[in-house]
Design a protein around this ligand. Structure first.
Ligand code: SF4
Length: 332
């Protein structure tokens, strides 16, 4: 594992496009090479995600079953009691997770009792020795600072898709508001987790544009989740075609090459992949997964953690040991 240079943040659209459009096997070979220069390629970070407040969201993200305006089967659930969340975190730790992420279906964080309870949860999970991550919607710099003081390690805020395609997917907020939250998270000194979703009807150009935005931030996100759309019945995107593994591999490999130090996370959509397809994603440079004891990733199906550990054994992979430093580079 030889780390060469600092990651570049001055990529051009032409450069990213020419990496992305290479013949697939050549792209995977390059990504696998870069992966080995920056990371231990046998090591996969395992994160567990728990929805601490589900459904009833006022936003209109077209892919999301938690938006109140769509008629989906998802049951609305108010913010879970702190003890329940801490008990899930303990179980996740015992099952081998290094990072515990808590998600709330909010448009934005508000300075109220619910936020105080989230701060208590963060403190409690941090004290267990797990890296704590939250995804709570938009937040101010001051709120990000309070989360950090409570022990938060990382904040997830996906860009979802390209700035050009954003309006076709979400009308209740703007792309720039996403960028602003990322900036607030960074200013508070938190680790940034930000990626996107493919399969929303976007073009290759949109995928390239999304990757370019992430790779030209002043600092790359330490974690870059790459999600495949999970088609939720009742949402406007329920009839989208299934994302092929090769589209995921192309996206992951490009992300790996242009953001070499980041953890590239194979996220939603894994349930629809075979083990061989997931192995391709690891070969292309994915080195992090979401898993869960409840077999759900937020509100969509996901493999259980024990199944993932068996897959790791068959593929000769290890669950990475997390370190509570401020950079994911050091967590591999
Ligand atoms: S993705 Fe998040 S913000 Fe959008 S509708 Fe779902 S819960 Fe709300």
């Amino acid at each position: 594992m030889t780390k060469r240079n600092e990651p570049r943040t001055n990529w051009t659209k032409e450069e990213v496009s020419s990496i992305y459009h290479q013949p697939l096997l050549e792209l995977v070979f390059q990504a696998a090479t870069v992966h080995r220069q920056w990371h231990d390629a046998s090591s996969i970070q395992v994160s567990t995600l728990l929805s601490v407040k589900t459904g009833g969201c006022p936003e209109d993200c077209s892919y999301c079953g938690q938006a109140a305006r769509y008629h989906t089967d998802i049951k609305v659930q108010a913010l879970l009691p702190t003890e329940t969340v801490l008990s899930h975190a303990r179980q996740a730790k015992d099952a081998g997770a290094q990072r515990f992420c808590m998600a709330a279906a909010w448009r934005e964080v508000r300075d109220n009792r619910d936020f105080d309870r989230i701060l208590e949860m963060v403190k409690g999970v941090n004290e267990m020795g797990l890296q704590v991550c939250c995804t709570l919607g938009m937040l101010t710099e001051e709120q990000a600072q309070r989360l950090r003081e409570a022990g938060l390690y990382a904040y997830n805020h996906n860009l979802d898709t390209s700035s050009e395609y954003y309006e076709a997917i979400i009308s209740t907020r703007q792309f720039d508001q996403r960028m602003n939250t990322l900036d607030n998270v960074r200013k508070a000194g938190l680790s940034v987790c930000s990626g996107g979703i493919i399969g929303l009807g976007e073009t290759d150009e949109d995928r390239i544009s999304l990757l370019l935005t992430l790779a030209t931030l002043p600092e790359h996100p330490e974690s870059v989740p790459v999600n495949a759309l999970v088609r939720v019945k009742g949402t406007p995107l329920e009839a989208q075609p299934k994302v092929s593994v090769w589209e995921m591999v192309r996206m992951i490999a490009t992300a790996r090459i242009i953001m070499p130090a980041s953890m590239v996370r194979l996220s939603a959509g894994r349930i629809e992949m075979t083990e061989a397809e997931q192995a391709w994603c690891f070969m292309a440079g994915a080195n992090s997964i979401f898993t869960g004891e409840r077999k759900t990733l937020l509100v969509t199906p996901n493999p259980a953690i024990s199944e993932d550990m068996e897959m790791f054994m068959r593929l000769g992979l290890n669950a990475a040991v997390a370190q509570t430093k401020t950079s994911c580079e050091q967590a591999v």
